[in-house]
Write a protein that binds this ligand. Structure first.
Ligand code: C5P
Length: 218
């Protein structure tokens, strides 16, 4: 599409989603939380007893299900699954379905269609490297593993959900390793990507840095 795109990629728990949301609101642009797509597909697979290792079957499922992303709310075939997809298990399940080329291919057009006027801020793992290689600005948000686990912990607690720090550290490790080592669209700094380290920075500090980069790119 002709609409401008800004991508924010990085491992889990760097604050990508928060920063992407703030930037989209600041610019008045649309927001694509691509992780929510993989999480929702994994949930659909669980519910229909589709094996999370069965790539072609998952690819067909991805083409069948209707996923709607409306701000914080996520719907699967009309049902509000916003809370169900945010558990730690749903994150690990998402990283399992996300390794399959058939799944990634099925979601590619869907994601690209989100790039409509006046613009799109897209966050995920391969937004800059694969989905929107011609993006106006590509941010790669990073942070230390300890800090990322702490943030996830706080995020889940704030939502009133059960969380255990040790489990979260382990969950992030498993997920990051799978995301980095898969052969199809692995997590990596995209070509022309700008690395922003958010370790021991506040959300405001990171946002201001990203906002300045965006304004310089526009
Ligand atoms: O960003 P979030 O933690 O919601 O993503 C969940 C999982 O979905 C990631 O661990 C990753 O395996 C997968 N994902 C992906 N590509 C994206 C976004 C998410 O593979 N663009």
């Amino acid at each position: 599409g002709a609409a401008p795109v800004i991508t924010i990629d990085g491992p889990s728990g760097t604050g990508k989603g928060t920063i992407a949301g703030l930037l989209a609101a600041h610019l008045g642009w649309h927001l694509l939380d691509s992780g929510a797509l993989y999480r929702t597909l994994a949930l659909a697979a669980r519910r229909r007893d589709v094996d999370l290792d069965a790539g072609p079957e998952l690819g067909r499922l991805a083409a069948q299900v209707r996923v709607q992303l409306e701000g914080e709310r996520v719907r699967l075939d009309g049902e509000d699954v916003s809370a169900a997809i945010r558990t730690a298990e749903a994150g690990v399940d998402a990283s399992r379905v996300a390794v399959h080329p058939d799944v990634r291919a099925a979601l590619l057009g869907w994601q690209r269609d989100a790039a409509v006027a006046p613009g799109l801020v897209a966050d995920g793992r391969d937004m800059g490297s694969r989905v929107f290689p011609d993006a106006l600005l590509k941010i790669y948000l990073d942070a230390s593993p300890e800090e990322r686990a702490q943030r996830r912990y706080k995020q889940l607690k704030d939502k009133g959900m059960d969380a255990n720090l040790r489990d979260l550290v382990q969950e992030l490790r498993v997920r990051d390793q799978r995301d980095r080592e898969r052969s199809e669209s692995p997590l990596q700094v995209p070509i022309a990507g700008i690395v922003v380290d958010s370790t021991s920075k506040s959300i405001d500090e990171v946002f201001l840095q990203v906002r300045d980069l965006a304004e310089a790119a526009l």
